[in-house]
Design a protein around this ligand. Sequence first.
Ligand code: C2E
Ligand code: MG
Ligand code: MG
Length: 337
Amino acid sequence: IEKLKLDTNRLLHTNHINIQFTLSSGISIYPDNRMKDLLNVAYKALSTANKQGVGYSVVFDKNKIDGNTNNPIGYDEIKKALTDGQLTMYYQPIISVANKSIVGAEALMRWVHPIKGIIPPDLFIPMAEKTGLISELGKFAITCTIVQLAQWNALGFKRIQVAINLSLREIESTNPHEHIAALLDKHNIKASQIKIEVTENITMNNQEQSYKQFSKLKALGVDISLDDFGTGHSSFSMLKAFPINTVKIDKSFILNISTNKDHQNIVKAMIVMVHTLGMKVIAEGIEDINSVQILEKLNCDYIQGYYYGKPMPVFEFQEQIRADKQKSDENNILDIS
Ligand code: C2E
Ligand code: MG
Ligand code: MG
């Protein structure tokens, strides 16, 4: 695998375009695994490797990875998760580079399964999209987040902006602005406390319809962020065609930024371009202080990653906001003296 990685993990220059290849792998071994399961459990290991970042290899280990391939997650299971209240939102802090304090959070869905434990969204969102259940999951994410914001505001927490992930398919095929508008009104929340993060994991079916939907969201006053920038189908056309406030650089460019000069250059160029278009930049996948320093030098506006906190349940997140407030209060005291 290491030899294969060396062969593939290089930059290819062709017609003035640089193409970066990376290799991630999921490995299953016979006779540890049954012959008929080899391919399925290799996929499970690959999915685990992809979750760790770019370029990882994972050998399937039945003690660590759920290898129950006879029982894939389907419509009925997701529907039951919704009705039985097994879905919840975790929150990951978003930090301002200028003063290193928490200015926002990303709401990320988790399925707390009574037997399987916590199931990450990559394992059920794609199936929810295929079966149409994604619109119900989207409604759940929006409701949960707005109700949470109302609680935080009532408890006197500092006002932060929370980003909700909606896939392009959800925005094209449902009317999220109606649901959001009703909830903002009911809970007396300003639209500026909400940001919609759009993932472009599908090609846009109908640009005109998408544009209408985006404009309705924008008219409400919510911010719109383009997620996973640099990957996907139509990043540049999305930038041009839609009323976008923030661009989120995909973590595949950020995870190894301190050692990969090419990624540093690509990120530098992306930040200049996004700023030239009058938008703000968030980098996700910040895992160490070196990456913070590099992104600070490159004039990135906001950062998010394990270095500042993994996605966490609401009570843990509240502790983090409290600590952040205390930190900035202490800094103010120091400034005054
Ligand atoms: P995303 O929106 O790009 O979210 C960022 C993902 O990167 C999250 O994975 C987060 O845990 C992970 N991450 C954040 N910082 C770091 C870091 O420093 N290092 C590494 N290695 N990873 C980091 P998660 O929570 O598993 O979510 C995966 C994807 O599932 C999300 O990617 C998003 O596209 C989708 N998703 C999550 N919640 C929802 C939802 O409510 N609705 C929809 N439609 N999609 C969702
Ligand atoms: Mg996101
Ligand atoms: Mg992302």
